[in-house]
Design a protein around this ligand. Structure first.
Ligand code: NAG
Ligand code: NAG
Ligand code: CA
Length: 401
């Protein structure tokens, strides 16, 4: 029944947007989908004279971009309608439509590259409850999902312990993922989907209280044999010689490092590269950098802390509550390098040695991975921690690695 309704609605949309396109080609399809016209009672789907006939020439599958920024598939218009897609302008030289797939609360994702969006998208949503979509594998040979948080802004964690008490993004049915909240636009996650036709994966945004929420999460399905498959167990996976990694809800002004995180970030070891260097990202918003603030009171200067802490309280210096772990890190400016190396790092300054000076840190432990752990407590010792942002650069094998 729901399926039938959706089909009828999307036919309505197609016809309506085709009609609109004739009159005002720049009019957004979004208005048709989410605007007040959504509820127009007139049975316009009967006006079949507006059906575009583009599909005279077979079109190979290809990706395309909708004017509103979504990635779509360039397919014949009639296929887009049949598959409950939304035509977002012509593509392939006018022979196809850029067909995008959107789902919101209660939806089932059955197409690759479908977006999970908030109700009212692209406008904000201020409702409460649980909004969930179910992802069905396109094929038993799908091993992973990649979620791209194209837009993601839900209520932030509370101020004292940075717990996601108000809103949460929860993912169930796949490999364990940390619960996140706040703003993480541009971040991504890989979810292990298991082998065969296993349980579907459910993405839920749980909301309570008032907040102008906005999300648009692209869900890509990855074949078991695909080269874009992330290494096992990596929540985040980067495949470039240089790049930027950061914690969820990172923001040097108002961001709060999320509590109860436990995951790994993996960087593919590119051919002919043997080591990796990390630097705290530039902080353009504060006089004193907040781009690595994991523990301590971030409103004051806080030194680097390293190691797992061997002593008993209160003499247990080291990183025992919240930390980033990178295998055997050393400061890059020591020549010859110090004989010892560290794994855990925390505090308020990024370096591989205790102190107030931020430093470039290097490691040659492969694979290149960072493990991030936070506990469930911040106050009273940890205040206004923002999390971390690091720029990485892989180092060629000839460069002393
Ligand atoms: C889904 O789309 C992506 C590109 O957007 C592609 O790399 C991937 O192979 C597709 N997955 C399937 C199962 O077709
Ligand atoms: C940076 O320092 C200047 C001079 O002390 C001060 O006026 C300004 O408010 C500071 N900016 C921030 C973002 O703290
Ligand atoms: Ca903590």
């Amino acid at each position: 029944m729901l399926h039938m309704q959706l089909t009828v609605l999307s036919c309505l949309l197609v016809l309506a947007s085709c009609k609109i396109q004739k009159q005002t080609p720049t009019n957004s399809w979004r208005d048709m989908l989410f605007g007040s016209k959504w509820l127009t009672p007139a049975p316009r789907w009967r006006e079949s004279k507006f059906l575009p006939i583009f599909a005279l020439v077979p079109i190979g599958p290809g990706s395309c971009s909708a004017p509103s920024g979504e990635q779509g598939n360039c397919i014949p218009s009639k296929d887009c309608v049949l598959r409950n897609g939304i035509p977002a302008g012509p593509c392939g030289g006018g022979y196809g439509v850029c067909c995008i797939f959107l789902q919101t609360c209660g939806g089932i994702i059955r197409e690759n590259s479908t977006y999970f969006v908030n109700p009212n998208h692209p406008d904000v949503y201020d409702g409460t409850g649980s909004c969930q979509v179910t992802v069905q594998k396109l094929h038993p040979d799908i091993c992973q999902l990649r979620l791209d948080l194209d837009m993601f802004s839900i209520a932030p964690p509370e101020a004292a312990n940075h717990l996601c008490n108000q809103d949460q993004l929860l993912i169930s049915g796949g490999s364990p993922t940390p619960t996140i909240c706040g703003s993480s636009t541009g971040d991504h996650m890989y979810i292990d989907a298991g082998l065969g036709q296993s349980n579907p994966i459910v993405l839920s945004v749980i909301t309570s209280g008032s907040f102008p929420r906005l999300w648009r999460i692209r869900v890509t399905q990855i074949h078991c044999g695909s080269i874009s498959r992330a290494d096992q167990g990596c929540l985040q996976y980067y495949t470039a010689i240089s790049g930027r990694v950061r914690s969820f809800n990172y923001n040097t002004v108002g961001g709060r490092q999320l509590s109860n995180q436990d995951y790994s970030i993996c960087i593919r070891n590119e051919r002919n590269f043997c080591g990796i260097q990390y630097n705290a990202c530039p902080d353009l918003e504060n006089n004193r950098s907040r781009s690595f603030t994991l523990t301590g009171n971030s409103n004051n200067p806080v030194a680097t802390m390293v190691g797992g802490g061997g002593g008993m309280p209160p003499n247990m210096n080291g990183c025992i509550s919240d930390w980033l772990l990178i295998g055997c890190i050393r400061s890059a400016d020591r020549i010859p390098p110090l004989p010892g190396c560290e794994d855990r790092v925390c505090g308020g300054t990024f370096s591989a040695e205790a102190g107030m000076l931020a430093k470039t840190v290097q490691s040659s432990v492969r694979p290149f991975r960072l493990y991030f752990h936070t506990d469930g407590v911040e106050a009273p010792n940890d205040i206004d921690n923002r999390g971390f942002c690091l720029d990485y650069v892989q180092q060629p094998c000839t460069n002393g690695f």
